[in-house]
Ligand binder design. Structure first.
Ligand code: HEC
Length: 193
């Protein structure tokens, strides 16, 4: 016990404790300046869609051409009755393939049928039908022309095409027609038979 209690106490280190050591002002200033620079950089270089990343197409390049597609119109409006093959349904819906009405020399016959519909007995390829053919007068001249041209050149048909101008002409000529055509009675004379 040569060491006195006093000397032992003197050699003790002070108890460690957490002091509050504030971040030096210079560091805070540098962080603040970096933040300001980052915001300024984002702001000044912001470019939502650089043209260099695109392929030079503009919105107009994606516009769908406004031409009527006869095949599409046929699928959407005629298939339910005349079938995808144009063969119709025996005894109920007449065929469009090789039909004398579709293949008539004058496309105006089919245009008249689409514009006003048919109600009354109609003979197609020697078979009598007596159903209801709806009218498609709400279709534009372009759409009727596309439909007539499509049907007259499909299902084995090889009749001539028509155009919107012809449809507009027939629409004007028959605008007095308030009711559907009365089948053979109204339409057969158009075939010139
Ligand atoms: C709801 C059923 C129905 C739909 C839909 C329909 N048709 Fe018809 N179509 C008939 C019927 C029924 C007749 C026969 C009318 C009659 O017996 O008087 C007919 C007759 C015709 C005729 C004359 C006869 C023939 O077979 O050649 C043509 C041409 C024709 N349709 C074309 C079309 C076209 C093109 C469309 C689509 C734009 C269409 N039809 C949609 C039921 C329909």
């Amino acid at each position: 016990m040569s060491d006195s209690l006093f000397n032992q106490q003197r050699r003790e280190q002070p108890e460690p404790h957490e002091g509050s050591r504030p971040v030096p002002k210079i560091v805070l200033t540098v962080i603040g300046l970096l933040l300001l620079w980052a915001v300024y950089h984002l702001y000044s270089s912001f470019n939502p869609m650089p043209a260099s990343l695109g392929d030079d197409r503009v919105a107009a390049d994606f516009a769908v051409p406004a031409t009527a597609d006869g095949g599409q119109l046929y699928t959407a409006n005629c298939v339910a009755c005349h079938q995808a093959t144009g063969a119709g349904v025996p005894g109920v819906f007449p065929p469009l393939s090789k039909s004398e009405w579709v293949d008539a020399k004058d496309p105006g016959v089919m245009i008249r049928i689409l514009l006003h519909g048919i109600h009354g007995p109609l003979t197609v390829e020697g078979v009598k039908y007596n159903g209801e053919m709806p009218n498609f007068s709400k279709f534009s001249d372009e759409e009727i022309a596309a439909l007539v041209t499509h049907v007259r050149s499909s299902f084995g048909n090889t009749a001539s095409a028509t155009d919107a101008k012809t449809v507009a002409q027939v629409r004007e000529e028959t605008k007095g027609q308030q009711e559907p055509w009365k089948g053979d009675e109204d339409l057969r004379p158009l075939l010139g038979e």
